[in-house]
Design a protein around this ligand. Structure first.
Ligand code: GLN
Length: 547
């Protein structure tokens, strides 16, 4: 740990009582208010599951897979971290038990342990500690969120590792923050503190004394209950922070700061610094509270029953709304409903249509029907990744009459306008993939540059001709269809720098019709909305005024 900057402090965030309390948002919000006090922060997530990454997990189980610039497939909490802090997450900010064990086993095979018996303690815990302290610069704070809930068997090595780190680094450089729930029992008319007490007791069993409690609650915590929690959990009363429900996630940093969270952190570390300048968040919340109007956007996808699967997308649309001072109302549509129902009726009340990323055949006919409706009715359209591929297939089939045009992801024997990528260039090195290769971590992942066609709509949207965006896909539109697509009214307006991979398509005969092979939603922030979302929402607002 010698290379560690002596000023860097660590805040470990654990969760208790129940899952889904919003640890990710809490961590992201705390990081953001510490930034508002002038500190440099970094956020990290440690997930106790055995998958190496969430890349191969179903979005129905795990929600969105967030992708970093350096090509890591990570937990969606990294998206919260980036949106709230603006700090680009890296490969070294996300780990899982699968990754940790993979490292330990690789070392064992290599003979690095010199004959030792390999055990959870110390070998696995040491690897967890290495992860927490490695690849840091001169951050003031590193916030490490431990996934899961205290008491989970899978989480135990992580709790032991952070206990040891606090011992190694000293308590003056470490802080334990525990997020809990105070359930309201209507028959008693009271908020209950017992689950929180038990959760803290459980942490203490592992040798961890929390320094701060963040208590989720649907109503203000009465003074006497706060005192009780402080006394029984061995925590300063001012460090029992209430986290009341708020109507919008972007209110959370303001709410936490108002409750004294950043002050409590500064007091804990004995730091003297100016109060937080929260104007960035105040502006966003003001715009969200008093929009000039509302615009309805259809998102036609496969995973709409679990909106966590479209976390960044929903947020990016909101950001596009913030930039236009409009509220974006999303009409989530299951693509399969469009296959069964009346497309015209279902889409008649929306001013913009978005077909997001996806995998597999279910709902594809519905997605293609949505593209057709947008094209024919001149409704603003944004296709993302699979959505772009569907837009290309729609033009091939419905404009050019090539009925068997498809992607080889769905049909090996089709007219393969979209096909498996087996070779591409990454930073000057050739990437090679095979049809029957591993699925985990092998897509075209992370940031790639693209060159935009001058004079195109997309070049106007970005205001430049060279961009870098994040990717996560295995299939790609085949450039050999360029001329044919043009005859169908669709141009390729962005490609990889070598000109081989189509990155963007658009229809010049349409007011706003763009498909992108990458995921712009991953880079959008409330205070820096992505231009594609800003302009898509602007075009949709214009469309809403026509009807
Ligand atoms: N399934 C498609 C592919 O692999 C699209 C992926 C996506 O939408 N992220 O190319």
């Amino acid at each position: 740990m010698s290379e560690l900057n002596p000023k860097t402090k660590f805040i470990f965030i654990t969760g208790g009582v129940v899952s889904s309390l919003g640890k990710g948002l809490a961590s992201a919000s705390l990081a953001s208010i510490l930034q508002c006090r002038g500190f440099k922060v970094r956020l990290r997530k440690l997930d106790p599951y055995l998958n190496v990454d969430p890349g191969t997990m179903s979005p129905f189980q795990h929600g969105e897979v967030f992708v970093t610039d350096d090509g890591t497939e990570a937990d969606l909490d990294l998206g919260h971290y980036e949106r709230f802090s603006g700090v680009s997450a890296k490969r070294s900010d996300s780990t899982t038990t699968g990754k940790i064990y993979q490292k330990v086993i690789d070392k064992e095979r290599h003979g690095d342990y010199l004959g030792s018996t390999i055990q959870v303690i110390p070998h696995v815990t040491n690897e967890i500690k290495n992860f927490i302290v490695s690849d840091l610069e001169d951050e003031d704070f590193v916030l490490c969120e431990i996934g899961g809930t205290v008491g989970d068997i899978e989480g135990q090595p992580y709790l032991e590792a952070i206990r040891q780190l606090a011992y190694d680094l000293g308590r003056e450089r470490t802080m334990f923050l525990h997020l809990t729930l105070l359930p309201y029992i209507p028959t008693a008319g009271e908020l209950k503190t017992k689950p929180t007490q038990h959760s803290v007791k459980k942490l203490q069993e592992y040798g961890i004394q929390p320094d701060m409690l963040l208590c989720r609650s649907q109503m203000p915590i009465p003074e006497n209950e706060r005192k009780k929690i402080a006394l029984f959990c061995n925590i300063k009363e001012s460090n029992v922070i209430q986290a009341l429900d708020v109507s919008n996630i972007y209110q959370v940093p303001l709410a936490y700061s108002k409750e004294g969270m950043d002050k409590a952190v500064c007091d804990h570390f004995k730091l003297h610094c100016p109060d937080a300048d929260l104007s960035r968040w105040e502006k966003i919340v003001e715009t969200l509270k008093a929009p000039e109007g509302e615009v309805k956007i259809a998102v036609v996808g496969k995973y709409v029953k679990l909106l966590e699967a479209y976390k960044s997308l929903g947020e990016a649309l909101t950001h596009g709304g913030i930039a236009n001072k409009y509220k974006v109302r999303i009409k989530w549509i299951d693509a399969e409903d469009l296959e069964r129902g009346e497309v015209d009726t279902i889409l008649s009340d929306v001013s913009g249509i978005l077909v997001p990323g996806g995998f597999g055949s279910r709902g594809t006919a519905g997605k293609i029907a949505a593209v057709k409706y947008a094209r024919e009715h001149k409704i603003p359209f944004l296709g993302i990744c699979f959505g772009m591929q569907m837009a290309v297939i729609e033009t091939m089939r419905n404009v050019l009459g090539i009925q068997n045009a498809n992607t080889t992801e769905l049909d090996e024997n089709c007219e393969a306008v979209v096909g498996l990528m087996t070779e591409w260039d990454k930073d000057g090195a050739k990437q090679i993939r095979h049809k029957d290769g591993d699925l985990g971590g092998t897509m075209r992942l992370g940031a790639y540059e693209a060159v935009l066609k001058s004079g195109s709509k997309v070049a106007e949207v970005y205001g430049c001709e060279h961009i870098s965006e994040r990717h996560r896909h295995r299939y790609e539109v085949n450039i050999k269809y360029k001329d044919q697509l043009e005859k169908g009214g669709m141009i390729i307006s962005g490609t990889s720098p070598d000109g081989k991979l189509p990155e963007i398509v658009e229809r010049p005969d349409h007011p706003w019709f763009i498909g992108v092979q990458f995921h712009p939603e991953l880079k959008s922030k409330p205070f820096a909305p992505h231009p594609l979302f800003v302009e898509f929402i602007k075009a949709s607002i214009k469309q809403s005024r026509l009807v």
